[in-house]
Every structure is written in structure tokens, then in C-alpha cells.
Design a protein around this ligand. Structure first.
Ligand SMILES: [Zn+2]
Length: 317
């Protein structure tokens, strides 16, 4: 679908999996900060007949270990789709557990590499990280019978590892939402349907920092890897005019637009994680700008002081 080519790196030594990365996997990666409409975007793109959406793939190991709910409603290890994926991996005599980039050292080196350009990350570790996702996505492709995998993990460091591994034809969609809407959203207690729990209101300094870091790193990955196609889209643009925005994204992704993509946003999917919206039966795409009335002056002040510059660079006044 994308410009498919053979995988450049040789198969690593040691424990060889049954499925070796021979052909790159077409991968759409949604980058950006949480609560920015990525569940909505994922549902629309995932409704394309060539695309299989896995949600936030970097939580795969966590969902598996805790048997959290898949977005189809079934517990993860009882979901038909993920059972079929697990069976496929067993058939290939390989076990994968996808995780975030967790080690502090790796995170630090990733960020330094992005800002200095020095090759600080261990090629072996990048290879191993990319290979686990390759195995999982290969099984997902086979079970779904679709060619393009959609990963809405959002995390820029995972994105960097996947791009550097050379196992994927990646197309990056950097999804941005006005940071003031984000810090307003994090002031609320939010239900987490998959874990049957709640997230408490979060400290504004911390959430502002997360918004700045995630968005600036996502932008940096796109700038530092110019050979990887990337596109920026705003939540506000997408939810105010979903058809025009979806057509623009389809053009970027070299996928044919179909009206069913917007209708299909209500269909069940087998996603890892996702907002409450994903678990609701009746869903509609609508622009949510409640922050304009709700945002507390103190939160607005902190965000404006720390993150106002970046918000303005994204065009928010
Ligand atoms: Zn499911």
C-alpha cells in the first residue's frame, strides 16, 4: 500500500523467531498527547477497509497481563481477535509483549539523540524493540486480513524506535489539540472503562509539562526523520469538519477515501486502551470546546506561562 520494500537489516542472531522480518509492514502511527481526540481519529481511520487498528499497542503487555477489557467489550484474553493473534504467534513459536520504552537510560538517550543527532541508541536494542512489534503486527495483519496497521500509541519515543528499526513503512500523523483544552480535561476525574477504574484530577504543572514534552518530541521525530512521511492535524479541524479532514488524511496516507469511514466510526474494534468514547454504544464526532467555559484561571495561567509559546506555534491564539 505504501512504498513497500524489503527490510534492510539482517535477521539478528540468537533466538530466531519463526517469522523473520522480510517485508516491511505498512504502519500508520498516531503521535501526540493523550485526550486530543486520538480515539476518534483511530476509529475513523480504522474503518478503512485496508486498515486494522490495534489502539495503543504499547500497552499490549499490560492488557495481556491484567486481562483488561478490549474495546469490543470482552476481557483481553477472551477476545476472539486477540486470541486468534495469540494463536498465530504460538504457531510461529514466538511470544511477544509490547511495552513502552521504559528504561530511564533509554529514554534519556532517545531524547539526546533527537536533539544532538548523535547515534546514541544501541542498534541491538532498537532492533529487538522493533522486532517484537513486527511479530505482533504480522500476526494482526494475518488475522484481520488487512495490509495497513494503525498504532495509536502516541508516544514519540516508541515512534522513534519503530522508525529506526527499519521494519516498517511508517506514516506519522501528529495529532495536536489546544493545550488549554488538554489541561482542562486533566482537571477532571475520568473513568477508565477497560481497567474498571478512574483517573483522578492531575496537577496542572505536571500535565502542562507532559503536553509540552510529548508534542515537542513528536514534532522533533518528524523533523529529524525527513524520509518518514508525516502530517500534522489539529483535533479542532478534524472534529469540526471530519469529512474534509479525513479526505486530506487519506490523500496523505495514499488510501482511497470512502464515506463509510465516518459512518464506521461507530463499529466495534479490537483496540487496546482508548478513551471512554470508544466503549460507548452511540458515538458522534463533535467539536468539544467546553474548556472555554470550564478552565480554571490558575490552570490557564500556568499553562500560558509554560506552554503558551508552543501552543501559539501550533496556531492557537
Ligand atoms: Zn476484542
Amino acid at each position: 500500500m505504501f512504498n513497500s520494500t524489503d527490510v534492510a537489516p539482517a535477521a539478528p542472531p540468537g533466538k530466531s523467531p519463526m517469522i523473520l522480518p522480510r517485508e516491511k509492514i505498512d504502519l500508520i502511527y498516531v503521535a501526540g498527547c493523550g485526550r486530543s481526540g486520538s480515539t476518534l481519529l483511530d476509529a475513523v481511520l480504522g474503518a478503512h477497509p485496508a486498515v486494522v487498528s490495534v489502539g495503543e499497542a504499547w500497552y499490549h503487555a499490560r492488557w495481556q497481563a491484567n486481562n483488561f477489557a478490549c474495546t469490543c467489550g470482552a476481557p483481553f484474553n477472551a477476545c476472539e481477535f486477540w486470541q486468534a493473534v495469540a494463536a498465530k504467534l504460538r504457531q510461529w513459536k514466538t511470544a511477544v509483549a509490547i511495552t513502552p520504552v521504559t528504561r530511564h537510560r533509554e529514554k534519556l538517550l532517545s531524547v539526546l539523540q533527537l536533539y544532538t543527532g548523535a547515534p546514541l541508541l544501541s542498534a541491538e536494542r532498537v532492533n529487538r524493540y522493533g522486532r517484537a512489534s513486527y511479530q505482533l503486527f504480522k500476526a494482526v495483519q494475518r488475522v484481520a486480513g488487512k495490509t495497513v496497521v494503525l498504532d495509536s500509541s502516541k508516544n514519540p519515543l516508541r515512534l522513534l524506535y519503530l522508525c529506526l528499526s527499519g521494519y516498517f513503512n511508517v506514516k506519522i500523523i501528529h495529532l495536536v489539540r489546544d493545550g488549554r483544552a488538554y489541561v482542562n480535561s486533566t482537571s477532571k476525574r475520568v473513568q477508565m472503562p477497560a481497567q474498571e477504574g478512574w483517573i483522578s484530577p492531575q496537577n496542572v504543572w505536571r500535565t502542562t509539562g507532559r503536553w509540552i514534552l510529548t508534542n515537542s518530541l513528536s514534532r522533533r521525530v518528524c523533523a529529524e526523520l525527513p524520509d518518514i512521511p508525516s502530517c500534522l492535524i489539529k483535533y479542532e479541524e478534524f472534529s469540526a469538519a471530519p469529512e474534509a479532514a479525513t479526505r486530506r488524511l487519506c490523500e496523505f496516507l495514499q488510501l482511497e477515501y470512502g464515506p463509510a469511514m465516518l459512518e464506521g466510526a461507530g463499529a466495534a474494534a479490537h483496540n487496546i486502551s482508548g478513551s471512554r468514547w470508544r466503549y460507548q454504544a452511540r458515538r458522534a464526532i463533535r467539536l468539544d470546546e467546553a474548556w472555554r467555559q470550564e478552565l480554571a484561571p490558575r490552570r490557564l495561567l500556568v499553562f500560558s506561562l509554560l506552554g503558551g509559546w508552543l501552543n501559539r506555534q501550533f496556531g492557537y491564539q
